[in-house]
Design a protein around this ligand. Structure first.
Ligand code: WTA
Length: 654
């Protein structure tokens, strides 16, 4: 029963509601032109060129777009630097004393702010430290850091030198770190002694040491003292950040980068066990971030912008670090969780720092919703003027709850659809113009051309309908390639339909008004609390355990996390299934693939449902785990197995 029904209210389809932009908001919005979609469609290269002119270039481009499907080059011949655009450019315009970064620590009284001048000093110093460690243009640097200011500082320092950063999410395991270091062959790793979060501590240096045994390319490890706890330091390899910074010069010129030089690599889960090294290049990425931060997130000079995502994911890269700083804004970085020391923490951060824009994930909104308005009541949230959602589908009830309770019915909600691969926002409202419908990401950003593909008729769908989401024209912040693997890039994204059509791997619906609602992944990727996880990575972790012969992982609907992983395993001959073994297997996944990948349940079954070609029919396992009808089993190599699996699972469920 839904909460609404429990409250005895009349159940209404909230997705059918519409919300006009509030008058005050519309009057001041950065984009107020209802014709903008048509204008951008008439000349989309010209549209993006207009945005490129908003950045600082050492040299202008000769050509806006060179499209050699599936490989795009944007602003060809242009020269620029990301760190220059994020820092120096604003300082030249008199914003040196403006707050650039507000850092809020895990403990409520632990804070630190940086003006643009101060941030430039730190970035230049650390760029010089990296230089002393042999880093220059085109070199890769791995960053395994918690949510502390040193992370954006290190990213901007790499950008200043033209070095390519690869940020590894600090909750990843040593194995995951090893794999990501080995793929980019970095020589420097930046990490921290420990990471406090939500009142508990992760030993990052210890994890790094465990990872480095099998990651031989690393020559230097730079360690930030976050807690100051004594950690093992290896002579000749490990040095402390603060000691190196003491003697570093605060002058470091920004390298002139080609628009198409690689900017960074960020690993993301795909349908295979090997994470994809998603590569973004400098020019186009920055141009789209500037455009979307200004128009979708409506950034204003006096905004305090809080993106709650971890920088270890693309949302943190794009809209905690680069987007807000490119626009000369003030960005807030929060180290902790929503519930530490208690569940009033987020609202009190909003009140204390007068946050104007909150950009978060549906999972967080649903977690608040579950607790009712209590945690919000003690804080003044009237500084908020815009709310954003990202990372997973937002159900209309959570959307409306967010709008009413965080936003006090005064703040538009922008539900923004995009991916690591797209670099920046792709489908989202323009909050001063778009009529909102709860649960819908609404319309493409101007200059972006999504479509829907009917997998059965193999045609694009006209008008309203549902199908596989595609993007039919290149866009500036699109992934350029997978790290050193252009073939896999083509295969993963441009082989399904043609080499000109980007196949998203998300399902979507489009209504009569042309509004898009994203329904979720259609490949073997899970979206757990907004985190992208590969089923294969979890399966690999399970078969790594001596008790397991074979494993299949699926996502089941979860009220809180959107999706939750559930595993089905075939045990080795002599193994006995029971609570202890299940716990053990869940622990194995946490160790190998990280805590967020932990399955909610592991069921032991006699066989897995496979088609004649040996592919696991995940749909069927999903039906079984969700207690639904089996559905069509005729494509199974052995249809009778479906019922056996169902019976075994049901026994173990209780
Ligand atoms: C999902 C995160 C519905 C989608 C920026 C996509 C969404 C995957 C939305 C990318 C949204 C992201 N509505 N689903 N507003 N935003 N997704 O690469 O399935 O971590 O393919 O990028 O998240 O996840 P990624």
């Amino acid at each position: 029963m839904s909460e609404e029904q429990q409250n005895g209210q009349q159940s209404e389809d909230l997705g059918q509601r519409t919300y006009e932009p509030p008058e005050e908001f519309a009057k001041n919005a950065n984009c107020q032109d209802p014709e903008i979609w048509n204008k951008a469609a008439e000349d989309y290269e010209g549209f993006w060129e207009g945005w490129a002119k908003e950045l600082h270039w050492f040299k202008e481009w000769d050509q806006v777009l060179d499209w050699d499907p599936p490989f795009a080059k944007w602003f060809v011949g242009g020269k620029l630097n990301a760190s220059y655009n994020c820092l120096d450019y604003h300082i030249e315009q008199g914003k040196g004393d403006k707050q650039a970064l507000i850092w809020v620590g895990d403990e409520p009284d632990h804070q630190q702010t940086y003006t643009y001048n101060e941030l430039l000093t730190e970035v230049s110093k650390f760029a010089n430290v990296l230089k002393d460690h042999g880093i220059g243009k085109g070199d890769t640097v791995s960053l395994y850091l918690p949510m502390i200011p040193e992370l954006p500082i290190a990213m901007l320092a790499c950008a200043r030198l033209g070095a390519i950063h690869s940020v590894v999410f600090s909750a990843f395991t040593p194995d995951q770190l090893t794999e990501r270091i080995n793929d980019v062959e970095s020589t420097v790793l930046v990490t921290a002694d420990q990471s406090p979060r939500g009142g508990s501590i992760t030993d990052l240096k210890e994890n790094s040491d465990a990872a480095l045994g099998d990651a031989q390319s690393i020559e230097s490890v730079i360690v930030v003292r976050r807690t100051g706890e004594e950690v093992p330091m290896q002579d000749g390899r490990d040095e402390y950040w603060d000691e190196l910074m003491q003697n570093a010069s605060d002058q470091c010129e920004a390298e002139e980068m080609d628009a198409e030089d690689p900017f960074f690599v960020l690993y993301s889960s795909g349908s295979t066990g090997k994470p994809k090294g998603i590569q973004h290049n400098v020019g186009g990425y920055l141009v789209q971030l500037k455009a979307t931060t200004m128009w979708t997130l409506d950034m204003k000079d006096d905004d305090i912008f809080w993106c709650t995502a971890d920088i270890g994911w693309i949302t943190g890269h794009s809209y905690l670090v680069y987007g807000p700083l490119l626009c000369g804004g003030t960005t807030l970085q929060y180290e902790g969780t929503p519930t530490y020391p208690d569940n009033t923490r987020w609202p009190s951060v909003i009140e204390e720092h007068k946050v104007t824009t909150l950009y978060t994930a549906p999972t967080a909104i649903r977690a608040f919703m579950k607790q009712g308005t209590g945690p919000l009541e003690g804080s003044d949230l009237s500084s908020l003027r815009l709310l954003g959602s990202v990372g997973e589908p937002i159900n209309p009830a959570a959307w409306v709850w967010y709008y009413e309770n965080f936003g006090g019915e005064r703040c538009p909600v922008v539900d923004t659809w995009w991916q690591t691969e797209t670099g920046g926002i792709m489908i989202a409202p323009l909050p001063g113009i778009t009529t909102l419908k709860p649960g819908s990401a609404t319309k493409p950003f101007p200059g972006i051309f999504p479509d829907l593909w009917d997998e059965e008729t193999e045609e694009f769908i006209e008008g309203a309908g549902s199908g596989a989401l595609t993007v039919n024209k290149p866009w500036p912040s699109m992934t350029r390639t997978l790290w050193q693997d252009p073939e896999r890039y083509k295969e993963e994204y441009f082989s399904e339909i043609s080499d000109e059509i980007y196949y998203v791997e998300d399902g979507a619906k489009r209504d009569e008004d042309g509004y898009y609602t994203i329904t979720g992944r259609i490949d073997d990727v899970l979206n757990v609390a907004g985190h992208r996880l590969s089923t294969v990575e979890i399966e690999n972790a399970l078969v790594n355990h001596e008790a397991v012969a074979e494993a299949a992982v699926i996502g089941v609907e979860d009220e809180d996390k959107g999706q939750a992983p559930v595993a089905f395993v075939i045990l080795q001959g002599d193994q006995e299934y029971g609570e202890d073994l299940e716990k053990d297997l869940i622990g194995e996944v946490a160790d190998k693939a990280g805590k967020i990948s932990r399955p909610d349940r592991v069921y032991a079954v006699e066989d897995l449902p496979k088609t004649n070609s040996g592919k696991i029919m995940r749909r069927l396992l999903q039906n079984i785990a969700q207690g639904e009808e089996l559905g069509d089993t005729s494509t199974l190599a052995d249809p009778s197995i479906a019922e056996t699996i169902q019976e075994q699972t049901q026994q173990q469920m209780s």
